[in-house]
Design a protein around this ligand. Structure first.
Ligand SMILES: [Zn+2]
Length: 411
């Protein structure tokens, strides 16, 4: 792998409200070696960025790479071969939007992670939970009210976001099986959901003792629990039980947000999925009973961002899109930009997400020792977050682990 020297780069990494002064960035053996105002290297190929923006590769902390259909019940019934190929396509498209790392919070297995890392297909670095854990009738139980067939206990389809388990012993075993299978954290469904048929938004998922048990299992394995959550009561209960990664949080209130911040939790709002489910969901095959639930969480979403910001609760970037709606992945930047400063929005997809993935210093930053995951942007995203949208149109160069995954001539 040739060494690369990017010169005249204006760095935007979410730590400052303005672009940095022009810098040089030296990349060797897949990593960033040096960042300084002037670097000389005889061995490296020089790429003069001419004052363009240089960002760390973006991180999306809430995706479902296997959700090729908006109807998640139908998605779980697809053959694994089809889901695999479609997931590789979805992941390639994520990478071309500048997302060099994604955290899969339900569905992707270790095989998909290895395939992504092998590099035969363009794909982001994958951080996975394996199958999400749901109670009977919870957010991953798609059987519906008149279907009492036993849920599958082993050999889960790749297209299934999650698995059903009930009671402390099953919960512990499921968590252990996911960790054995390569899960890097545990995802649970601790509140009702929009996409599932029999759990209204206000339902609490799992008993307190089940939450405590799964948190203990995750911590025993040196990791953490991420929970699907909407209501204030569900979020508070989850944080009290030690849940660390709080997904969605649309209906959070100030006191709970402050409590979560004090506990060191990180929230992962996903405004864009409700926005798109509302405008496109029905046409994309999202079931009618689920469409009816969207507005109960969508309308409070923007307000939740302001509440969490005010409370000092860190927020990582999440999109949570399904099926053909994946193409809107970058629009979360623009939605959040309506209620918070651009550099804080970008921080969600750089160092805050890196902290959540426990990869601080490795990804989400432009610093010596980090992976050379880099995105060149034409223009200043701090002035216009929409430059990060349009399927990477304003990103002439995308680098992952020191290798070009996209390289357009700079002029
Ligand atoms: Zn999700």
């Amino acid at each position: 792998m040739t060494a690369l020297l990017f010169t005249n780069a204006r760095i935007v990494d979410g730590t400052a409200p303005e672009r940095g002064a022009p810098m040089d960035v030296l990349v060797e053996a897949g990593r960033i070696r040096e960042v300084a105002p002037k670097i000389t290297s005889a061995a490296a190929e020089t790429v003069d960025l001419g004052g363009r923006t240089l960002m760390p590769g973006l991180i999306d902390a809430h995706v479902h790479t296997i959700a090729c259909l908006a109807d998640l019940g139908a998605n779980a019934k697809l053959p694994d071969s089809l889901v695999t190929v479609r997931a590789m396509k979805l992941m390639g498209e994520m990478l071309m939007r500048g997302f060099t790392t994604v955290r899969d919070v339900g569905g992707a297995d270790h095989g998909l992670k290895v395939a992504a890392a092998e590099g035969f297909f363009p794909a982001p670095r994958l951080n996975i939970s394996g199958k999400a854990l749901s109670q009977t009738g919870g957010h991953c139980d798609f059987r519906g009210p008149y279907d009492d067939r036993e849920t599958i206990k082993t050999g889960f389809a790749l297209g299934a976001l999650g698995r059903v388990c009930d009671g402390v012993p099953e919960m512990r075993k499921a968590a252990r099986e996911e960790i054995k299978g390569g899960a890097q954290f545990i995802k649970i469904m601790a509140n009702g959901g929009v996409a599932s048929p029999t759990d209204p938004i206000h339902f609490l998922g799992f008993a307190r003792e089940e939450l405590l048990a799964v948190v203990e299992e995750a911590e025993n394995a040196g990791t953490y629990v991420s929970a699907h959550l909407y209501t204030d009561a569900a979020i508070r209960r989850a944080v009290e039980c030690g849940v660390h990664s709080l997904e969605h949080c649309n209906l959070i209130q100030a006191e709970t947000a402050k409590f979560a911040a004090a506990q060191g939790a990180i929230a992962v709002p996903t405004l864009v999925t409700y926005d798109k489910l509302s405008s496109e969901g029905a046409a994309m095959g999202f079931p009618a009973n689920s469409v009816a639930k969207i507005d109960s969480v969508r309308l409070a979403g923007m307000e939740s961002i302001a509440i969490m910001r005010e409370a000092g609760l860190p927020m990582a970037y999440g999109s949570d899109l399904l099926g053909q709606m994946h193409r809107h992945q970058s629009e979360e930047f623009v939605l959040r930009g309506q209620v918070m400063p651009a550099h804080e929005v970008i921080a969600a997809a750089t160092f805050i997400a890196a902290r959540l993935l426990r990869m601080e210093g490795q990804i989400g930053c432009i610093a010596p020792g980090a992976f050379a995951d880099l995105v060149v942007v034409d223009g200043d995203p701090l002035a216009d977050l929409a430059l990060l949208t349009h399927q990477g149109r304003h990103m002439p160069i995308i680098l992952q682990g020191g290798a070009f995954v996209k390289r357009t001539a700079l002029n």
